[in-house]
Ligand binder design. Sequence first.
Ligand SMILES: Cc1cc2nc3c(=O)[nH]c(=O)nc-3n(C[C@H](O)[C@H](O)[C@H](O)COP(=O)(O)OP(=O)(O)OC[C@H]3O[C@@H](n4cnc5c(N)ncnc54)[C@H](O)[C@@H]3O)c2cc1C
Length: 159
Amino acid sequence: MAARRVAIIGAGASGLCALKCCLDEGLVPTCFERSGDIGGLWRFEEHPEEGRASIYRSVIINTSKEMMCFSDFPIPEDFPNYMHNSKIMEYFRMYAQHFDLLRHIRFRVRLLLPLPRRLCEGGGEPDPPLQIHVPPWPGEADAGFHRPHPASGCHHAHL
Ligand SMILES: Cc1cc2nc3c(=O)[nH]c(=O)nc-3n(C[C@H](O)[C@H](O)[C@H](O)COP(=O)(O)OP(=O)(O)OC[C@H]3O[C@@H](n4cnc5c(N)ncnc54)[C@H](O)[C@@H]3O)c2cc1C
């Protein structure tokens, strides 16, 4: 059977983690990120792209590094317990590099999805597999996907 292709929407903490887990399971994921970089909310920019939420410059996370780290990639010992946002970004970049995730991410692509019927109508039969088609990469013939995996955060204007 052909490998299942998964479209992950967003390359914040959730999208990176989803990408890594899909690879672990032998799926074929592609992550679509509408901005030009990973990190989502935690990537501070003075003027973030329109619609993208961003923390402010001095934000320190309120979850300890033991509680927030990816279970298969501990936060380095010399990082502070409650990290400044710049250290969080550093950690995300280390995670992406360690698991070679960047090559599976298409930046500056905003994926728009129709809402599943069962969410709109409430209950009922599960929707049939959703086929998503996006313009293929150079050298890629078919960019259809079997499953969407939203990881687009809840603080943006999105989807
Ligand atoms: C001010 C603030 C402070 C917070 N502080 C803490 C804290 O201290 N501790 C804590 O644990 N949590 C905190 N949070 C919660 C925060 O949501 C999570 O820490 C984390 O950022 C969630 O990651 P995520 O990947 O789900 O979403 P996000 O980090 O929001 O990433 C979503 C990504 O999806 C992309 N995207 C969105 N729509 C599309 C689309 N249609 N197509 C393609 N890409 C898309 C966005 O550009 C973004 O990169 C805070 C939130 C806010 C707003």
